[in-house]
Design a protein around this ligand. Structure first.
Ligand SMILES: O=P(O)(O)O[C@@H]1[C@@H](OP(=O)(O)O)[C@H](OP(=O)(O)O)[C@H](O)[C@H](OP(=O)(O)O)[C@H]1OP(=O)(O)O
Ligand SMILES: Nc1ncnc2c1ncn2[C@@H]1O[C@H](COP(=O)(O)OP(=O)(O)OP(=O)(O)O)[C@@H](O)[C@H]1O
Length: 602
C-alpha cells in the first residue's frame, strides 16, 4: 500500500463534506458522485457509493445489520485461488480485490482504476442522498436508495475528464459506451428450441423483451456484433446506432457534465443536447465546418474504438463464457451441490446425455466453468470511457504515450507512437512515429489530416495555412463498472435467458407483433428537432383536462390487439402511456384524446 493510499483511507467524509459531491450518474447497484470542491486530493475523482434495493427489488447479496455483506461460503470456494479476495473482511473489499486481481490483469492495468476505499459517515450519506434526490431518475429512486448503513465508499478517478494538471482550462469531451456481449454463443449445450441464440445477438433479443415490458421506448438500432466485428465500417455503424438510440449504452460528457444520453439507465428520459447545440459543443475539439462536427465526432469515436484494440481484449474475456448459461447452470448446481432444477424440470427421460455429461464433471471442473462464466458476465456488463481533448504545446513533454493517427485519402491510419509537435509541423510524420505499447496508462491520439470516407467532409481538417496538421486530439480510455457478479445470480441468468429467447421467438412467430416503426420515426423526429413535436395539440383540445399533463402525442405503437401511445410532455420528456390497453378500452376511456389525435393528424 503506498502512502497516498494509506492517507486517503484515513479520510472520513462527514456531513459538512456532502455539498462538495454532485450527482454524476448511477446504475442498478451504485450511485456515483463527482467532486466539486477544492481539495487537491479529490479533484478529478468520483465517489461510488453503494445503494440498497427498496422492497420488491431483487436482491442477490445479503447484508448484515451494519450494512456490510460478505462473500458466501460458496463464493469463497469459487474465488479460493485469489487468496486475498477470500480473506477480505467485507464483500466490498472483496469486490475491490476482484477488480485488482482478477479483472485488471485481463483488461490491462492501464485502463482500470480499482479505486481506494474511503470512510463515510452516516450523516454524509444521508445528506448526499437528500442533495441528489431531485436529479435521480424516478424509477431509480423507486428501485433503490443510498445504503446509509455502509461506512465506506470507493474513490475512483473521474474517467470523464483528464487527470488533474492536464486539464487546466481545456475542454474535454468524453464518451461512455456500454458495449454488452459482442459474440454469438456457440455452445453445444444450447437447446434446440433456443438455437436462435446462435444467430441473433442477446442484446437484440433482449431489446424485444425490454420493449415488450416497456423498459425502453424503442428498440435500439445498436448491435454489439457490429461493435466487436473488427470491421471499421461496422464499428462506425455501431457508434452511429448508439448515437441514435443511446439508452444506457452511450453517453457523452462535456467536462464531466452529461450532454447526451440518459442519466441513470435505459428507462429514464434522455437528456440530449441536440442539433446545433451539440455541434457547438464539439467546436472546441473537432475543428471543422458547422454541420459536420457531429458526424466527424462519431467517426473519431469509432476510429478510436476500432484502433484501440480494447474491444478485442474485452471480447476475449467475454468469451470465457464457453458453455453459455445453458451449460454453465448445470455446472453451478454441481458446484453448490444442489439438485439441478433445470434437469428436474425436464424430467429424467428428457435429460440429454450432454447434460448428464456436465453433471459428471468434477467439482474443480464445475468451479472453473462457473468462475469463467461470472468473469465473462463482468466483461459483458462493463462500460468504456474515452475522453478527448485538443492537443496542446505543453503535451510535447508530457509522459503520455501517444497514438499517431495518420490518414491517406480515404482512411485513417495510426500507429502507437511518441511524437513531438515540430515533427508534425514539418510534416515529416513517418520519421516522427516510433511505435510503443498500446497498453500505457494514458493515450494520446494525434489526428492528422482527418479525411473521412464521406467525401463531403474531405478537406475539412486542412488548416488555414494549408498544413497537413490540422487537428490533434488527445484521448484516454478506461473501463468502469467491473463488479463481481454474485454467484447466486446464476439462476436469474438462466431464467432471464429463457425469457429473452421466448419473447423473441414469440415475436418472430407473430405472437407479439412489434411494429415500432411509427414510434421510432416519431420519437426520432421529436428529439432531432423539438420544434417538430406536435406542440400541445392534444392539450389545447383536451375536453377533460386529464391528458393535459402529458402534452402531445408523438407516436403510436401497435402490437397484436394492443396499442400504446408515446406522449411528450411540455419539457419534451417522452412517456409511454396506455401501452397494452385493448384499443376498445383505450377508445372508450380516452375518446376525447383520440379525437384530438385525428385532429392533429395522428
Ligand atoms: O442482464 P443484463 O444484460 O440486462 O445486464 C444488467 C444491466 O442491464 P442492461 O445492460 O440495461 O441490459 C443492468 O443495467 P441497468 O440497471 O439496466 O442500467 C445492470 O448493469 C445489471 O448489473 P448489476 O445487477 O447491477 O450487477 C446487469 O446485470 P448482469 O447480467 O450484468 O448481472
Ligand atoms: N470512474 C468514473 N468516472 C466517471 N464516471 C463514472 C465513473 N464510474 C461511474 N461513472 C458514471 O456513473 C454511472 C454509474 O456507474 P456504474 O456503472 O459503476 O454503476 P453501477 O450501479 O455499478 O452500474 P450497473 O447498473 O451496471 O450495475 C456510469 O454509467 C458513469 O456514467
Amino acid at each position: 500500500m503506498n502512502i497516498l493510499t494509506f492517507q486517503l483511507m484515513e479520510v472520513v467524509f462527514e456531513q459538512k463534506d456532502a455539498s462538495d459531491w454532485i450527482y454524476r450518474g448511477e446504475g442498478a447497484a451504485n450511485l456515483v458522485l463527482a467532486y466539486n470542491g477544492s481539495s487537491p486530493a479529490f479533484v478529478g475523482k468520483v465517489l461510488r457509493i453503494q445503494k440498497a434495493p427498496r422492497n420488491g427489488s431483487p436482491r442477490y447479496v445479503s447484508e448484515t445489520k451494519d450494512g456490510h455483506s460478505s462473500l458466501t461460503s460458496d463464493e469463497c470456494r469459487l474465488w479460493k485461488e485469489t487468496e486475498d479476495l477470500v480473506s477480505a473482511p467485507t464483500r466490498e473489499i472483496a469486490e475491490q480485490l476482484y477488480v485488482q486481481h482478477v479483472i485488471t490483469p485481463l483488461l490491462g492495468p492501464g485502463h482500470v482504476d480499482a479505486g481506494i476505499r474511503v470512510h463515510v459517515s452516516r450523516d454524509f450519506l444521508e445528506s448526499v442522498e437528500k442533495n441528489v434526490l431531485c436529479q435521480r431518475p424516478s424509477w431509480r429512486v423507486d428501485a433503490a436508495k443510498v445504503n446509509t448503513l455502509c461506512n465506506a465508499a470507493l474513490l475512483i478517478s473521474d474517467h470523464s475528464v483528464f487527470p488533474r494538471g492536464s486539464l487546466k482550462d481545456q475542454v474535454c469531451i468524453s464518451v461512455e459506451i456500454k458495449p454488452k456481449c459482442g459474440f454469438l454463443p456457440f455452445s453445444k449445450y444450447i437447446s434446440e428450441g433456443n438455437v436462435i441464440k446462435k444467430r441473433i445477438s442477446r442484446f437484440r433479443m433482449h431489446q424485444s423483451l425490454k420493449f415488450h415490458e416497456r423498459e425502453v421506448l424503442e428498440i435500439s438500432e445498436y448491435d454489439p456484433l457490429d461493435m466487436f466485428s473488427g470491421s471499421k465500417d461496422r464499428v462506425h455503424k455501431a457508434i452511429k446506432a448508439l448515437f441514435v438510440t443511446p439508452q444506457n449504452n452511450f453517453r457523452v460528457f462535456l467536462n464531466g457534465s452529461l450532454i447526451y444520453g440518459g442519466l441513470g439507465g435505459g428507462g429514464d428520459s434522455i437528456s440530449h443536447m441536440i442539433g446545433e447545440a451539440f455541434e457547438d459543443v464539439l467546436r472546441s475539439v473537432i475543428r471543422t465546418d458547422d454541420g459536420l462536427r457531429t458526424s466527424n465526432f462519431l467517426h473519431l469515436v469509432a476510429e478510436t474504438v476500432f484502433r484501440s484494440g480494447l474491444l478485442d481484449r474485452l471480447l476475449k474475456i467475454q468469451k470465457l463464457d464457453v458453455f453459455d448459461i445453458e451449460g454453465a447452470i448445470h455446472a453451478y448446481y454441481n458446484f453448490i451441490s444442489q439438485p439441478c432444477t433445470v434437469c428436474g424440470d425436464l424430467g429424467e427421460d428428457k435429460v440429454s446425455d450432454r447434460y448428464k455429461y456436465l453433471h459428471s464433471l468434477s467439482l474443480d471442473e464445475s468451479l472453473k466453468i462457473v468462475r469463467d462464466y461470472l468473469i465473462a458476465a463482468t466483461a459483458k456488463d462493463l462500460s468504456m470511457m474515452i475522453c478527448f481533448r485538443p492537443w496542446e504545446e505543453e503535451d510535447v513533454e508530457s509522459s503520455y504515450s501517444s497514438v499517431f493517427l495518420k490518414s491517406t485519402n480515404q482512411t485513417f491510419d495510426y500507429k502507437v507512437c511518441s511524437i513531438a509537435r515540430h515533427h508534425l509541423r514539418t510534416q515529416h510524420l513517418k520519421n516522427a512515429a516510433c511505435v510503443t505499447e498500446w497498453c500505457q496508462l494514458k493515450l494520446r491520439m494525434l489526428v492528422h489530416h482527418m479525411v473521412f470516407r464521406n467525401p463531403e467532409s474531405m478537406g475539412s481538417y486542412i488548416g488555414s495555412n494549408g498544413s497537413l496538421l490540422t487537428e490533434v486530439v488527445i484521448c484516454q480510455a478506461s473501463f468502469i463498472d467491473l463488479d463481481m457478479k454474485p454467484l447466486n445470480k446464476m439462476e436469474r441468468y438462466y431464467e432471464l435467458d429463457q425469457q429473452i429467447v421466448s419473447c423473441y421467438t414469440d415475436i418472430t412467430n407473430g405472437e407479439h407483433q412489434v411494429d415500432n416503426s411509427v414510434s421510432i420515426g416519431a420519437y426520432r423526429t421529436a428529439y432531432s428537432d423539438h420544434s417538430n413535436t406536435v406542440e400541445d395539440a392534444s392539450h389545447a383540445r383536451d375536453p377533460t383536462g386529464n391528458i393535459s399533463t402529458y402534452g402531445s402525442l408523438i407516436g403510436v405503437t401497435r402490437r397484436k390487439r394492443r396499442i400504446g401511445l408515446f406522449l411528450c410532455n411540455k419539457e419534451s420528456d417522452f412517456q409511454l402511456l396506455l401501452a397494452h390497453l385493448n384499443p376498445h378500452a383505450l377508445f372508450t376511456h380516452t375518446a376525447g384524446f383520440l379525437s384530438n389525435l385525428s385532429g392533429s393528424g395522428g
